[in-house]
Each structure stands twice: as C-alpha cells, then as structure tokens.
Design a protein around this ligand. Structure first.
Ligand code: SF4
Ligand code: SF4
Length: 365
C-alpha cells in the first residue's frame, strides 16, 4: 500500500498562523486530513493513495512513496503514451495537478485521453471525478488561451485497457460499493503495515524544518511547466485571462498608501515570489514563482496586497520581476531602527503607536 508523508516545513500553516489554505482537507476522499491548531494531521493507514492532496497542495508538501507525478509525466512522454488511466501506473487521474496535465498536453505530440471509465465503479470516484473534470476543463481553457491546437479528452474507455499488476491491487481496494467497504478491506491489507500508521500522525516542527522554511523553494512542477511552455508553439498574441480561470499562479497589485512595509508578505512567501532588497526599500514580485498559496494575503493586515483580477499569459514567455512598491528608508529618531519614511516626523509606526498610547494613558492631547 502507498505510504503518504508530509514535509511539514512546506505547509503554509507551519510558517503562517493566519494561513487559510485548506486544499488538501477539501480534496481528501476519505476525509483523513485535518488541520488542528495550524498543524496538518492524518492517519496514514486511512490514506487510499489517490494522490489528490499532493496534486492540489500549492507547495507540494505531500509525498507518496510509490508515485511521483513528475516521474510519471516523463515516463508517459518517453513512451509516447496517449491514455491517462488508473489502470496504468497512475493511482488516480486526480494525482496529476493542473500544471502537470498542462505540461503533458503541451509536450505530447498525441491527443491525450483521460479515461474516466472506472470512476463510476470506484468508491472514491464520486468525490474525485468532479475534481478531475474541473482540472481538465482548466487545462483545456488554458490550451485554447495559449493558442495550442490541442485538448485533453475525457472518455470512458473502461474495457479497452489491460490492467497492470499495480492497478489490479488498487482496483481490488477501491472498486467496491463504498468507503465503508474500502475501510474493511484496508484493515486486512494494513496488517502488513506498521501498526503505528493506524495512529493519527500529528506533525511537529523541528529546527531542521525551520531551516528548510527559510530556504524557500518552488515546486518541481513549475519547472516542468516552464520547460513545456518553451517546447510548445509560442502564441501569436499573449492573451489576458480572468484570474478565476487559472488556479496555480497569480499577479499582484499593492496599495502603497496602506502598506506599512511590515515585511510580512515576503518573509512568509514560501517560494520567494515576493522579495525585497537588503535595506527593505522595495517589494518585488516574480509571478513565475507564485503558486497562489494565498499566504501573503492572509498575513497582510491592511489588505494592501491584492490578487490582480486578470492574468497576462505573457508572464510565461516574457518573465519580468515587477517592483510593486518603493520606500524611502530612514532611521527612526526614537528607536533608531530603519523604517519607511513618508514625510513629516522621523518616527516609525511602532514608536508613533506607542506615543499615541502613552498620550491616551496620561490624558495628554
Ligand atoms: S499548504 Fe498544502 S499541506 Fe498545507 S494546508 Fe495547504 S494543501 Fe494542505
Ligand atoms: S506571492 Fe503570495 S500567493 Fe504567491 S507564492 Fe508567495 S505567498 Fe503564495
């Protein structure tokens, strides 16, 4: 059976107590993933290994020991395959993210078919089929917007593919009447697995995790997509699409009047899409590194940072780091620390608030 693990340093909740990301919880068909007090937990033995959480996690925090989506994509392309199916090496089509599906469609010379023939008899099909349909709809929309003459077709080819051994054992587990049945079959299979995996796995944050958080990283699937874009036909016009039509990347606007230069957004950004210089005098944004995790918005108290309502596909072909705001940095007369000066007194926001509170306390106007 598949073993699911979580790299806690990659989950946005670990570094940001205001994070609202709930994507893995929402997609898990057996509802084993929970977020409690900002820490993700799940029971490893409840996991049916569909890979949905891995595909939907913006920061690729999950790992299945027996399925790596990137390896799958390269094997699929090397073997010039055409059909995506849970009857082959894929645990479920839901294990492929929008970026991986789009990369496959862009690079493959074939018209790819997603075989959903087994979904109706699969105990997790009711939950996963709409997710698969939505993802493929997004991919096909993007292919059209990128002027690619391709589509991923959804078809029911159930009887036409020979099952691999891996797929046979998965099917034995999943193709039953319902999740209750799955759980009882899993109980038999889980006798072979460590008993401790039956327990709720509550992740703890270690010093190593903190070091990893500071390193920042971009999921491999983004590199794959950029490579696929380079290999595919360049559109004649770079179209702009509504942000609701793209789930994995964004462009930002920043209201410089309300931004306090608290630095939280770029400190919290897990990929380094938001950054600054050594003096903290700018906020830069690189859309190609953004994974739409929403963490920067969750932490911005004055709501100065917003997701642009449209997304220009030119970002993929003519990458540009945008400077969202520039500050004049001066030293505060009170505390001596650098701050974003906006004219008037040479006092940072924190000292100003402290002064106002002191005045209120002592009744000074
Ligand atoms: S960042 Fe990933 S692991 Fe964390 S809550 Fe979001 S989807 Fe789940
Ligand atoms: S810019 Fe914001 S939404 Fe994009 S990756 Fe960084 S924190 Fe996430």
């Amino acid at each position: 059976m598949s073993l699911l693990t979580l790299d806690v340093s990659k989950c946005v909740h670990t570094s940001n107590k205001f994070a609202i990301c709930n994507k893995c919880v929402e997609v898990c068909p057996v509802e084993t993933i929970k977020i409690d007090e900002n820490i993700v937990s799940f029971i490893p033995n409840d996991c049916v290994g569909c890979g949905g959480c891995d595909a939907v996690c913006p920061t690729s925090a999950y790992d299945l020991d027996d399925f790596k989506a990137i390896d799958f994509v390269f094997t699929f392309l090397e073997n010039n395959l055409e059909i995506l199916s849970c009857k082959s090496e894929l645990p479920c089509i839901v294990a492929l993210s929008v970026e991986e599906l789009l990369s496959l469609a862009l690079i493959s010379p074939n018209n790819i078919i997603a075989d959903i023939g087994a979904c109706k008899d699969c105990s997790i099909g009711t939950k996963n089929l709409p997710l698969i349909e939505n993802r493929i709809e997004e991919v096909n929309f993007l292919l059209e917007a990128l002027e690619q003459d391709k589509k991923i077709a959804l078809e029911e080819l159930n009887s036409e593919i020979e099952l691999t051994q891996d797929a046979l054992s998965r099917r034995k587990l999943l193709s039953k009447e319902g999740l209750k049945k799955v759980v009882s079959i899993k109980e038999q299979l889980d006798n072979e697995v460590l008993a401790s995996d039956d327990a709720l796995k509550v992740h703890t944050v270690t010093t190593k995790d903190i070091i990893k958080i500071k390193q920042k990283s971009i999921p491999d699937r983004r590199g794959l997509l950029l490579m696929a874009m380079k290999r595919s036909k360049i559109p004649e016009v770079y179209h702009t699409i509504d942000i609701d039509n793209i789930s994995f990347i964004s462009q930002k606007d920043l209201d410089e009047d309300t931004c306090t230069n608290c630095q939280m957004c770029y400190r919290i950004c897990p990929t380094g899409a938001l950054s600054s210089d050594a003096k903290g005098s700018v906020i830069n944004f690189n859309p190609l590194s953004c994974v739409q995790c929403h963490s920067c918005h969750d932490v911005c108290e004055p709501n100065s940072l917003t997701k642009r309502e449209s997304f220009s596909l030119a970002s993929f072909y003519e990458p540009q780091i945008e400077t969202l705001v520039r500050f004049t940095i001066k030293r505060c007369d009170e505390c001596g620390l650098p701050f974003a000066y906006r004219g008037g007194e040479m006092m940072c926001d924190r000292c100003r608030v402290e002064e106002e509170e002191a005045h209120e306390l002592w009744g000074i106007k």
